[in-house]
Write a protein that binds this ligand. Structure first.
Ligand SMILES: NC(=O)c1ccc[n+]([C@@H]2O[C@H](COP(=O)([O-])OP(=O)(O)OC[C@H]3O[C@@H](n4cnc5c(N)ncnc54)[C@H](OP(=O)(O)O)[C@@H]3O)[C@@H](O)[C@H]2O)c1
Length: 255
């Protein structure tokens, strides 16, 4: 296991629980490696040359920007090596003969454990046998294993940024707006949870509500005045225009 962050921790623990032996945990910081290795009964290291060259799989779970750099530092030919990134193509591992991608489409944060059972695993490999190895492995921890090429995975990652990162950022801004009036964020939780649950039954475009989807210019003007921040006014207007445009194009397509 290369890495000791959010994904390395989640995958390491689940794979260990599924009966796999994790031989080493590599991290630049030996203390980070030690923390995770202890949980996995593995050997911690900060030296890539210590990795077991006979491991069935080397899983790279590190920052996207470091994948190329670390791949360059591995001097042996692994039995199979894969990364866990949504946006980095399989070609980042092109110096290795047996390469793949093992991308879990979920948000992971250390300290918050979630079951991987329903997490889609997007698998990519060039040879049939490497594809089978990665798919079999993913199937042991998840019920949703999908074969996906680098271009489609990149698109999924982009969509995930909208669906997860941007939405969560909006929660943070909402929390700050409430804080100005000392109102606890808890008051929004039922609304947030219902917004997420609704899309189990309907398309997000049908679930959209609010002043922008109704094109209620009076309320929108009031909100803009209330914001007292140029940046937030721009964000509010930009997102509201996007909601209005999509709602109108949906109406037009139904006519
Ligand atoms: N978090 C998610 O929700 C999520 C979901 C799906 C896929 N992914 C993908 O999984 C991978 C890991 O993400 P993460 O969230 O687990 O990251 P993370 O928690 O931020 O951990 C980053 C890891 O990368 C290592 N690292 C950073 N720069 C490095 C370098 N120059 N050389 C060697 N190691 C370096 C860090 O090592 P040190 O401990 O030594 O600093 C740390 O172990 C990424 O490719 C990401 O796109 C993430």
């Amino acid at each position: 296991l290369i890495g000791s962050g959010n994904v390395a921790t989640h995958l390491g623990i689940e794979l260990h629980q599924a009966g796999h032996r994790i031989s080493h945990v590599f991290s630049r910081d030996i203390n980070h490696a030690k923390d995770l290795a202890e949980k996995l009964q593995a050997t911690p290291t900060n030296n890539l040359n210590d990795l077991d060259q006979q491991s069935d799989l080397i899983l790279i779970c590190i920052a996207d920007t470091a994948i190329n750099e670390v791949a360059e530092l591995i001097t042996f030919e692994p039995i199979l090596i894969a990364h866990t990134s949504g946006s980095i193509p399989i070609s980042a591992l092109s110096k290795f003969k047996n390469r793949g991608v093992f991308y879990p489409l979920q948000t992971f944060t250390k300290g918050r454990f979630i079951s991987l059972r329903n997490v889609p695993f997007c698998i990519e490999a060039e040879s049939i046998s490497n594809k089978k190895t990665l798919k079999d492995l993913a199937s042991q921890i998840s019920e949703q294993v999908i074969e996906m090429n680098s271009s489609d995975r990149k698109q999924c990652h982009l969509a995930a940024v909208f669906a997860n990162n941007f939405t969560n950022h909006m929660y943070s801004l909402a929390e700050q707006l409430l804080y100005k009036k000392k109102i606890p964020f808890e008051i929004l939780k039922p609304l947030i949870l219902e917004t997420a649950k609704k899309i189990e039954q309907m398309s997000p475009i049908d679930a959209q509500t609010g002043p922008a989807s109704r094109n209620d210019t009076v309320v929108i003007k009031e909100h803009l005045k209330q914001l007292e921040s140029d940046k937030l006014e721009k964000l509010y207007s930009f997102v509201s225009n996007s909601i209005r445009d999509l709602t109108e194009s949906k109406k037009a397509s139904k006519l």
